[in-house]
Design a protein around this ligand. Sequence first.
Ligand SMILES: [Zn+2]
Length: 503
Amino acid sequence: MADYAKPSDLVSAINKHPEKINRLGGLIHNVVHLPEELYIKHKPHVVEMIQKLSADNDHIPTRSKPVESHGAKKAAMLMCDIMIRDGLEGNVVLAEGIHEFPGTFENTPEVQSIELEFSSQTHKFHSTGCYLPAGTIMELSWSKTKKPWNIIIGLHGDELYNTDSKLRRWPKIRIKKELKTNELGNFSSTPLNICSPFGGLIYLQSPKSTKDKLQLKLHNVVPAPIFTYKTADTWETVERYKPGLWCDIIGDKIALTLPSASVRQLSDPTMTMKVWDSVVSAHIDLLGKDPSNGRGQWVVTDEQPSIGYMHSGYPIVTHLDMADPNKIYEDCFLLSRDHILNVNNRKGSWGMFHELGHNFQDSMWTWGGTKEVTCNIFTLHAMDVVCNVKPWDHLWVREKFENASNYLREGAKYDKWCSNAGIALLVYAQLARDFGWGTYKSVFRTYDKLPKDKRPSNQQEKENMWIQTFSNVVKRNLSLVFEFWGWPIRGLDDLKKVSSIPP
Ligand SMILES: [Zn+2]
C-alpha cells in the first residue's frame, strides 16, 4: 500500500473534506495483503472508513436488497477484505446477509472429521465432498508434498470489485490458502485453522505439472452431496440427502457445482452426466486435442457472475437460475437431460455449449470480430453430433436468416459482419453444411502443426490463413465464398496459391 493510501491518512483527509469520501475511500485496497503489523495498525481506520462510506449500514449485499451506491459498494468490498483476512487467520467471522447466497443452515448439522487422499497430474480442483458452514473454524493438517497445494472454500471465484452493477452478493467469497510444504514429516504437526465468513464446499487445488499426492485431515466439516460414476449407486438413497448446502456433480470430463437444494429430488444423474461428457468429447474431437490437458471442464452456478449471464473459464460461471430444476426452456436446468439433448429441437443448452466452445477457441483462427463466433463452430458441431440437429436446421441459426439476407442485400460490409455474431456464424455453418465436420477437423489439425514462426499474428494474416487453409483442405478456391460474405480479400501473394487450385 502506498503511503498516500494509509487508511489513517485517508480518514483524516475525509474528516477535513467529507465531500471527497467516495474518491478517497476508493484509494484503500489490498487490506488482505498487508503485513501483519500494518494490518493490525490500519484495521481500526478501515473499519472507521467503512462506517463513513456506509452511514446507513446499507453495505450488506443480498439478492432482495442489492447494494447500489458507490460508497456502500466500496464499504462492502473493504468489509469483505477484512472478514477474509481475519477468517484466514483462524478467527471466527460470520458475514451478514448470506442466508440467500451462498446460504445458511436452518439447523446446524453435526460436524465430522474426515481423512482423504488426492493424487494429481495437473493444476485442477479436487472435490472433498465436504462443506464448511459459515462462521465456523475448520482444522486441517496435510502430508508432505512436492509443491504447495491450495485449500479453497467456496468455488465461486468471480470477484465483483470492478462491477458497475449493484452487488447482489459479497464481492469476494472464495477463500484460498496455500498449504505450505512441510519438510518435517508425514503430517503437519500443528493443524491450520481457517474460517470462511460465507461458508462453502471445500476443495483442494493441485499445483501445475507435478505428479503429486496429498493426504488431508479435516475436522469440523459437514458432508455434502457429491456425485461421481463410482458413487452413483448410493446417490438416491444417501448421497443427495447429505446436509452440505452445495454439491458437486462430477462426470469424466466435466463437473457441475450447484446448490444442494437443486438436487434433493434428483434421480441418478448418470445418463445426464454422460451427455455432458459427450458434449465435451465432441468439442475435443473437433479441435483434435484437449486444451485443458486432462483437467476437464468445471461449471459453477453463481448469484452474480462477474460479467454477463455466463462466461467461460475454469470454472465456467453461469447464473444461478440454471440450477433451478423447474427451468425447462432455453439454457435450462443444467441436469435436464432432454434439454441438453435438445429433444424438442429448440435452442437446447446453446449458452453452455457456447461457453464450453470459448474454452476451445484458438487465437490463430479467431480475431477481433470473431471471438463470439468461432466458439459457436463447437456449439454447432456438438448440436449436430450429440443432439442430432444439423447446423443449417438449428433454430438459433435459422433465426439469423432474415438479418443475413438484409445484410447481403445492403452490400455485405465486413465491419458489420464482424459486429454481428449471428450473421457471422452463417458462413461457418455453410462450410459445415457443404464440406462436413471432417474438413473442420483437418483444418484445426493443420493449424495445430504450424511451427510458432509460421503462425498468423495480425487480423489480415489470420483471415488469409483461414481462407487458404480451408481452401487447401477442400482442394477448392473458397475466396469467392468469403468475398460473398463481405470479407476483404487482401494480401494477394498468399492467396495466389489458393487461386491456383482448380475450382
Ligand atoms: Zn461468448
